[in-house]
Design a protein around this ligand. Structure first.
Ligand code: ZN
Ligand code: ZN
Length: 159
């Protein structure tokens, strides 16, 4: 995870990107910073850990982090996904264009997939489902990243 937080530049980020629809609290701003600087979706526990290191002046209870993530999710600021490689849901900031990830089964690194391969398919499908409006979808690609590949088990051949 790379989530280096530079205090000065982040005031600007918050001014620019923090949604006006959500009441600003110090905790929420801190959580927003962690999500903003993360290169991949994070679990509530990872966000909690990121908040409580970096010589944090204030320590946050896990329940507080979780509650604020729910508030962000409700407000449409954060997208929550459930990946089969993770025990817990992961969160990321909602972007103009959504992202999918290739997930490493061993180290759980999440590599963004450049384009959404499902966009057109989801649109076409909508027309085939009577009286249904498609608002989103999930896609999970999994396998092994470069550093884990050597250690990966050879698939059993069922011939
Ligand atoms: Zn890996
Ligand atoms: Zn998609």
């Amino acid at each position: 995870m790379n989530s280096k937080i530079h205090a000065s530049s982040f005031d600007e980020v918050i001014d620019k990107f923090y949604p006006e629809t959500i009441k600003k609290t110090r905790q929420r701003i801190d959580i927003f910073k962690v999500l903003y600087s993360a290169s991949q979706p994070l679990s509530a526990a990872e966000i909690f850990n990121a908040l409580n290191k970096n010589g944090a002046k204030e320590t946050y209870a896990f329940s507080t982090v979780y509650r604020n993530l729910l508030a962000f999710e409700k407000a449409g600021v954060v997208v929550k996904s459930v990946l089969s490689t993770e025990d817990n849901a992961v969160y990321e900031l909602k972007r103009e264009t959504h992202r999918h990830y290739a997930v490493c089964l061993k180290c759980h690194t999440k590599i963004p997939i450049k384009a959404c391969p499902l966009h057109d398919i989801a649109h076409d499908l909508e027309g085939t489902i009577p009286d249904f409006q498609v608002t989103g979808h999930q896609l999970e690609i999994y396998g092994y990243c470069a550093s884990c590949r050597e250690a990966a088990p050879v698939p059993v051949s069922l011939s």
